[in-house]
Design a protein around this ligand. Structure first.
Ligand code: GLU
Length: 455
């Protein structure tokens, strides 16, 4: 059997982090089995459509290297791949269901629906009046369905109302369109979020009504907040775009979401999409909800940032902050700064604050720090360093140790009483990088200038 998976988003906004996971699992499963990954746009809810949402979705998938083999405007073997362009196909199929007695027309009058049980009559109304079409669900009985992850799942038919499959605007509902399309597009595995599990009996009954063989189903675990509530917009940004804007690397995001509900055999944590394709397997997907742990995401991003080469890191910064005002013309300084920053941050968002003390418009803003710089003790230290540092052209770690040692001897101050004034005058805060890091980035001239300012 050829493996064919699909990602079938509704274009109602930006790609949600959960949607990206669904797309990723479908993609890697298809690729692992040399199959096809299909993108289908489910735009049948005309009221919820958002302008440009489809192209945003396609763009977002591209950014992550999740390339589809068939999709809107590309390789449309079983196309079109936008549901709003498939209305004729749906019509053929709902007429078949009505004629065979699996679905029936309802006349719409105001807020009320009037079922027309006679087929001929129903079809007439359908032609001239405002109608919807409903699927007949048997009144009694249990339906047993196999989910590849959860095994056999049972649903009580008694609890399921006849769902609308065609709305009064002539568009199909999700249930109907997705079943018809999954069949016509020869989808072998439907991998999607757990929130769709409760719709499964309706889908299976549709397959039965058409006498079609259903695909295999895999319902992925819900994404949860650390307090186990469902991950949702209210908890902050959950669209993929906003993670990129905040400065998470796309490699991090892919790696992180791959682990939301799946893990490799050896429990390896840091890996790329190729590793995932090689090692992905459905039986390693967990059933219980997957916790979205921002701390872990941050840790992982710091790992990826540390691995970046400096040029790439700077490029990424410039791409993330195209309007920044830092003067990057001194390349040696720039490389030193980014080398220094690389090991200290978790997300790119932290870079501007770390950069600013190193650039020319530097002034101490913290009032506590400013007050401290006015004390006699502090001034003594600054003056001593100002005088001593002039004799250096370059400075290394040993020179710094020596200077500290001499300061202790000369003006009998120690530890913080030496570091605080220097760091304050040179970097603007009591705490922060070690003196060598700061001075070696600033250079002797700039160091002297800053000391002088605060003496
Ligand atoms: N259009 C549905 C969504 O927005 C797809 C559900 C499915 O994969 O069957 O999530």
């Amino acid at each position: 059997m050829e493996i064919r998976t699909r990602f079938a988003p509704s274009p109602t906004g930006f790609l949600h982090i959960g949607g990206l996971r669904t797309a990723l699992y479908n993609y890697v499963y298809a690729k692992k089995h040399a199959g096809q990954f299909i993108l289908r746009i489910e735009d049948t809810d005309q009221k919820r459509l958002v302008k440009n949402a489809s192209s945003n979705l396609i763009h977002a998938l591209k950014i992550f290297g999740i390339n589809f083999d068939e999709g809107p405007g590309f390789n449309e073997i079983y196309g079109p791949y936008k549901q709003s362009e498939r209305l004729d196909l749906y019509k053929q199929h709902y007429l078949e269901l009505i004629k065979n007695g699996y679905a029936y027309v309802c006349l719409v009058k105001g807020d009320e629906l009037f079922p027309i049980l006679d087929v001929k009559e129903g079809l007439q109304y359908l032609e001239y009046d405002t109608c919807v079409i409903k699927l007949k669900i048997p009144d009694q009985g249990i339906i047993k369905i196999f989910d590849e992850l959860r095994g056999e799942v049972e649903f009580d038919l008694n609890l399921i109302d006849d769902p609308i499959i065609i709305k009064s605007d002539g568009f199909p509902t999700y249930h109907f369109a997705s079943v018809v399309d999954d069949h016509l597009m020869k989808i072998s595995h439907v991998i999607r979020g757990e929130e769709w599990l409760s719709s499964l009996p309706k889908h299976i009954l549709l397959y039965k009504s058409f006498n079609w063989k259903p695909p295999k189903f895999i319902h992925l675990p819900l994404l949860l907040n650390p307090d186990k509530s469902k991950l949702s917009k209210r908890q902050g940004d959950v669209d993929v775009e906003s993670f990129i804007k905040k400065g998470y690397l796309k490699e991090t995001i892919i790696n992180f979401i791959a682990l939301l509900g799946w893990h490799p055999n050896n429990d390896e944590e840091v890996f790329d999409i190729n590793f995932l394709i090689k090692n992905f397997s459905i039986n390693k997907i967990q059933k219980s909800g997957a916790i979205f742990d921002v701390k872990k995401l941050n840790w992982m991003n710091s790992v990826y940032i540390k691995k970046l080469n400096i040029k790439k890191f700077i490029l990424l910064f410039n791409e993330t902050y195209p309007n920044h005002k830092f003067d990057f013309s001194n390349e040696t300084k720039l490389y030193k700064i980014f080398e220094f920053i690389k090991n200290r941050i978790k997300i790119l968002d932290e870079v501007p604050d770390l950069l600013s003390p190193f650039y020319n418009d530097f002034i101490v803003k913290d009032l506590e720090v400013l007050d401290y710089l006015k004390t006699e003790e502090a001034k003594l230290v600054l003056q001593y360093w100002y005088d001593s540092i002039s004799s250096y052209e370059n400075i290394n770690q040993e020179d710094i140790s020596e200077l500290i040692h001499n300061t202790e001897k000369k003006i009998s101050l120690k530890g913080k009483k030496i570091f605080y004034p220097l760091r304050s005058a040179l970097y603007g805060s009591f705490n922060g990088p070690d003196l060598f890091a700061i001075i070696s980035i600033l250079g002797i001239e700039e160091t002297k200038k800053r000391l002088e300012t605060y003496i």
